[in-house]
Design a protein around this ligand. Structure first.
Ligand SMILES: C[S@@+](CC[C@H](N)C(=O)[O-])C[C@H]1O[C@@H](n2cnc3c(N)ncnc32)[C@H](O)[C@@H]1O
Length: 449
């Protein structure tokens, strides 16, 4: 193995995340499959990559205190400094002198003596002087932004929409470690037997209160079992399980899933219909249609037919009032999944939210016409933003008196969800801090006539 291989790999991944705007989880999974690092090193690699990206604004604030000359750094130098600071400030297990030594050696290999001494100077002064106390930042918006590494515009936007306290809690939750959740395939196994198997293998698990198929994994790595590849379980955030759970599905129904890839919710729909019925799963991108098919195949589900299509034009493919149930799990800014995909918070701009809200509006306008009278439609997103959630739904209802919000789905949920703080006249906004799930919005709409 080449010298400093682990840190060099960390650095290469961080450079790619910044250059290619790649998703850290995808790049990391790919890398972990390629390398022959031992489990301990793989864990450290994961921790440093996520931690460095997750805390980037905080780290840059720390670094700025030690860089007199504000010259623009090469990407690799910037990322090397960031990952070194992450390890020095956030990880206790590695001594600072070892981190500084390795970083300086890597700087010598990748750059020249001058770069190495620049890196050495900054890291040694930080080691000597320590980092500034962020709680002393007087402006609360700025403090939250720097403490939790969320861009200022986003903190301002959330504070305006949800108040400063909720925003503070949400931003802090977004940088914590969340337990993962899985959904069992109930036609192949039971929740009790999967939980028992996992416990026997040393996992810590808990039943989910969101779905009778859900299991929370508090400790253990599900990817090291054969349960996923054998199609007994699939990974799904608990919040997402609420969509199919709230559709009042029955075997034999005709269902449309307008934005379906990679098929997490379509397969849940099929399971709740005991794989009997007609599930039309649409996605805009042909290559993603394959993902839906693969997920259905692995879970042994056959009632789903996946196809490429634009949800804004589905009225050209189907007659009005064709479906008993419709799910619109709309493309969105993803500001609810910052915890697992931290780069989202740096990449999204207010203009993206406006653009997406307009697409969401077009999708709901078209898809709703395909719902039968008496039928139910779920509109959901994995974002926390009123423009993409409450406003899209409100505008739709204003223009379509034949539809109304059916908040009775609240009564079908668990006691804890009934008490969720995010209920409004438009539906349920889950905040990450409420149940340690993705930030997620859903509502149920009924076609009355
Ligand atoms: C939030 S994801 C869906 C996740 C999926 N429902 C699941 O549970 O696995 C949104 C999906 O909408 C797709 N999409 C974006 N614009 C679309 C459009 N105009 N019509 C149909 N699908 C679209 C994206 O390709 C993406 O796969």
């Amino acid at each position: 193995m080449a010298k400093y291989q682990l840190r060099q790999t960390m650095l290469d991944i961080l450079i790619r995340i910044e250059k290619d705007k790649g998703f850290s989880n995808l790049l990391l999974n790919h890398e972990l499959q390629q390398t022959d690092f031992n489990e301990k090193d793989k864990r450290l690699l994961t921790e440093v990559i996520y931690g460095t990206v997750q805390n980037q604004i905080t780290i840059d604030y720390y670094l700025a205190q030690f860089m007199k000359n504000k010259k623009k750094l090469d990407i690799w130098v910037k990322q090397l400094l960031r990952m070194s600071v992450y390890q020095m400030v956030y990880l206790e297990k590695i001594p600072d002198h070892a981190i500084v030594h390795e970083s300086v050696e890597i700087a010598k290999i990748r750059g020249h003596k001058g770069t190495a001494s620049f890196v050495n100077g900054i890291l040694r002064s930080m080691q000597r002087k320590g980092v500034p106390d962020l709680s002393l930042i007087a402006n609360p918006i700025e403090r939250i932004s720097i403490e939790t590494s969320h861009p200022l515009w986003l903190v301002e936007r959330w504070a305006e929409m949800y108040g400063i306290e909720k925003t503070d809690a949400m931003c802090h939750e977004n940088i914590k470690h969340f337990p993962m959740s899985i959904r069992i395939q109930p036609m192949k196994t039971t929740r009790a037997s999967v939980m028992m198997q996992l416990e026997n293998e040393g996992f810590e698990v808990e039943p989910s209160s969101f779905s009778s198929q859900g299991i929370l994994i508090k400790k253990g790595n599900i990817f090291q079992t054969t349960l996923l590849q054998d199609g007994f379980v699939t990974v799904q955030d608990q919040s997402s399980m609420l969509t199919a759970e709230s559709l009042q599905l029955e075997p034999g129904m005709k269902v449309l899933d307008t934005c379906s890839a990679p098929g997490g919710k379509a397969t849940h729909i099929a399971e709740l219909m005991t794989d009997q019925g007609d599930i039309h799963a649409c996605d805009l991108h042909q290559k993603k249609v394959k993902l839906i098919e693969e997920k259905a195949a692995i879970l042994d589900l056959h009632a789903i037919s996946a196809f490429q299509g634009d949800a804004r034009k589905l009225d050209e493919k189907y007659e009005e009032a064709s479906f008993d149930r419709i799910l619109i799990d709309a493309p969105c800014s993803g500001l609810g999944v910052i915890n697992g995909k931290p780069e989202i918070k740096y990449e999204k701009q207010p203009s993206d939210i406006e653009r997406l809200a307009s697409i969401q509006q077009d999708i709901i306008e078209t898809a709703a016409s395909l719902l039968k009278p008496g039928g139910l439609l779920i509109y959901s997103t994995c974002t926390v933003d009123k423009m993409e959630n409450n406003q899209v739904v409100q505008t739709f209802l204003e223009n379509h008196p034949a539809f109304s919000i059916d908040l009775t789905f609240k009564n079908e949920l668990s006691e804890s969800l009934k008490q969720a703080p995010g209920w409004s006249a438009e539906g349920l906004q889950l905040f990450p801090q409420d149940f340690q799930t993705d930030g997620f919005f859903l509502t149920r709409i009924k076609r009355d006539t």
